[in-house]
Design a protein around this ligand. Sequence first.
Ligand SMILES: [Zn+2]
Length: 410
Amino acid sequence: MVYENQDVFQRALQLPRVPRQGAVQERHIGGSRRPSGDPGAASKKTVCSNCGTSSRSHYDRKMHRIRDVDAGQMRIYLDFEYRRVACRVCGGVKQEAIPWMAKSSRHTQRLEDTIGHYCRSMTASDVAKLYHMSWDQVWRLDMAYMERLVAENPPSKHLRAVGFDEISVRKGQSYVIIGADLDQQRPIWVSEELGRSEEDMDKFYDEIGPGRCRRIRLGVMDMWPAFRNSLERHCPKAEIVFDKFHVLKHLSDALDLVRRMEYKRVAEKDKRFIKGQRYTLLSHKANLDLEGRRSLALLLKANKRLSKAYVLKESFGQLWDYNNPTWARKFFENWKAQLKWSRLAPFEKFAGLVERHWGGIVSYCNPNHKVSLGFMEGLNNKIRVIQRRAYGIRNMHYLRLKVITSFIGN
Ligand SMILES: [Zn+2]
């Protein structure tokens, strides 16, 4: 049905004010006629939607229908007349600029915003059901919403501290790189190509541009040569911190390797203590339930080598409690001394890795390097949640937008 009493509805629905609005229509499935009637007087200037040039005249007028935000169970469509302008700059006939219309020109901007908001916490399928839209429509609106957010929130011109992480995609078969602004605590870049080579990393610096690169003073990352080399080449003033989160990840991997080696080595009757205990062994004791703690105690009692490895792994985090490099070094020497005669080859390898990167690890003591290092760990977890929600969506551009916009205000 077509509502004739425009003013009341315009106010009730908080519709955008346009000079020549046709009529508001409520429509249920099945469609409806276009409204007739005088569209009203034209305003003076016409602005080209393509380039922003304003003209005094216009080329012609067209009727247009777009969908607006639902009002309860009602779907709202707006019929209105817009003008087209023969733009002298673009050299063609273009539609006039209508600020409240989405770029797709099939929805209002606020409908795009609404759908985008829902897609922050719901799957596209659920939003499609809620709004009686197709999955494709929701997907396109969400993409447009996110593109706009990202364009409106470029990386800071005063980028100082950056952090990098990699996340596995395609069932762990490949990686993408995440770059974050550690002062603003938000991701600003996600690689769109799979891979974590130096070449892949270079694209971050190409995108943020040489001006930002020159200002970067601190790079927080994993002990991965590609990340380090690329940073050193692009940001001559930056210092490197290999952060706790990434260092401890290598230690967890070492412990897991010991577990697998021990499983192979021990007699059949002792295997049962080790079997299926990966989670128990690698998670923080505080996160284990009663049963988990009991199996852990049994496992550590049954296997001396694993027990030793576990204790060493648990104690290593203390390194980051020292504020003085000399004391940190003493701690590390003590820790290494305990490895002697323990036959924990993966741990010895880890100690070598730490040794080779010592300067970048202990540089956390530098007061200028006090950034929120926990941020990268939290980011990693949050991205896993996003990946789970986007289950089945393999589009890298989508993942990139989702990750970046998740940290841009609400
Ligand atoms: Zn133009």
